[in-house]
Design a protein around this ligand. Sequence first.
Ligand code: PFF
Length: 449
Amino acid sequence: MTTQRSQWASRIGFVLAASGSSIGLGNIWKFPYVAGKNGGGAFVLVYLLAILLVGIPIMMAEFYLGREGGKDAIGTFARLAGKRSPWCLVGWAGVAAAFILLSFYAVVAGWCFDYVLKSACGALTLVSAGEIASLFGELLSSPGQMIFWQTAFLLATGLIVSRGIQNGIERWSKIFMPILFLLLFYLFLHGLFSSGAAQAAHFLFFPDFTSLTSMGLLEAVGHAFFTLSLGAGVMITYGSYLDRQADLFSMAVKVTSLDTLVALLAGMAIFPVVFSAGLDPAAGPGLVFQTIPIVFSTAPMGGLLAILFFLLLAFAALSSSISMLEVTVAWLVDEKRWSRVKATSLLCCGAFILGLPSVFSFNLLQHWTPVGSLTFFDFCDRLVTSYMLPLGGLAVALYSGWFLKRSATQQLANLHCSASWVYPAWHFLIRYIAPMAVASVFIQQLMTS
Ligand code: PFF
C-alpha cells in the first residue's frame, strides 16, 4: 500500500491533493444552493465561523492522526488506540460515510459531464432562461441519461484510483485548478458588474437570523465539514502521506482558505444572475445548472467558456471523488490485502448500485420518501452531511483533545509550527470549542424537531 502513499510524499502534492479533495461540487454546486435555501447571510456567517473555529482545528487533528498512524482511517485508529478500541468505530464510520457520499456525488458529477456535451453541441448558446431551466428538467426526467453519466464518472474515478494518482490527478490538478479559479474569477467579475450584484451581496453577507432554522444551523455546520472533506477519514488518509517536518497549521490554513475563497467566488458569481434573471435563490440542486449557462448563453465565446466551466467543474468533482474512493480502497488494500484494482472495481460497482435509487429520486422514485419528506437522494445527503461528517469530526476532536496524551500532540507545537500561540489555541479549540459547537447544534436540532 505504501506505493500509493509515497506518491503524495511531496509537500506540494499533499496540498494539491487535500485542496483537490476539499474543492469540489460542495463549493460550486452545493454552497450556493444550500445558502439560498437557508436564507443567505445568517447561514453564510455560521458556515464561516464553523470553518474558522471547528474546521481548521479538526483538519489539523486529522492530518496529525494520519501522520502518526501512518495508515488508512480504520488502521490509524487501530494503531493509535488499539485494535479492539471503540475508537476504531470512528474509522469505520468514516469509510462508510465516504462510500455513501461517493454513490450520490457521482450522480451530480454526471450532470456536469452532460452539460459539457450540451455546451459542445451548442444547446446552451443563445437560449432563454426558461429554456435553460427546462433543459435541466429534461435531464432529471431521463434516468437512462443520468445513469450513463453516473457510470462514466465512476469509471473515470475508478480508473485514476486504480492506476495510482501521481501522473494523473496530481499533474492535472496543477493545470486545471488554476484555470477553474480564473474562470470563476471571470464569472465573479461578471456578477459584480451585473444588475443583481447589490442584491446578491446583501443576500449573502447581511445575516437575517429569522430565516435560519435549527435545521439550517445544522446544515451550515454540516456543510463546513462537507466542503473541507472532514469527518470521513479523507484527511487522515492523506495525512498519512505527510512527512514529519510538515507544518500542519499552515497546511490546514492553505487548504481552508482556498476552499472558502472558491465557495465565496461561486456564490458571488451565481447569485447576481439569480437576482437579475428573476430566479428563485432557493431553487435547490439545479441552481448552478440553471444560472451559469445564462451568463454564457450571450457572452462572447460563451459556448467555449461553458464547455470549459463544466469540464473544470467535473474535474473538481473528480479530484474530490478520488479522495472518497481512496479512503475505502486504502482500507481494503491496507487491512484486507486486496489488490488495488480489485478493491477499486468492487467499490465502484457498489457505489454504482447504491447510486441508482439516488438517480431515480429525480424521476421514477421522486415521490418515494423513505424518511420523512426526503427522497432517497436527499436522505443520503442529509445522513452524510448533517450527521455522519459532523459526528465523525466530533469524535476526532474528542479523541485528539481528551484521549491523546498532551505530550503526543505537543509535537504539533514543537515541530515546525508557525508560531508559539498555535498549539495552545489549537488545543483549546479542539478540546472545548469544536466539541461544544458541534454538540450544541445537535442538541438544539433535537430539541426543536
Ligand atoms: N469536499 C468535497 C466538496 O466540497 O465537493 C466533498 C467531500 C469529499 C466531502 C470528500 C467529504 C469527503 F470525505
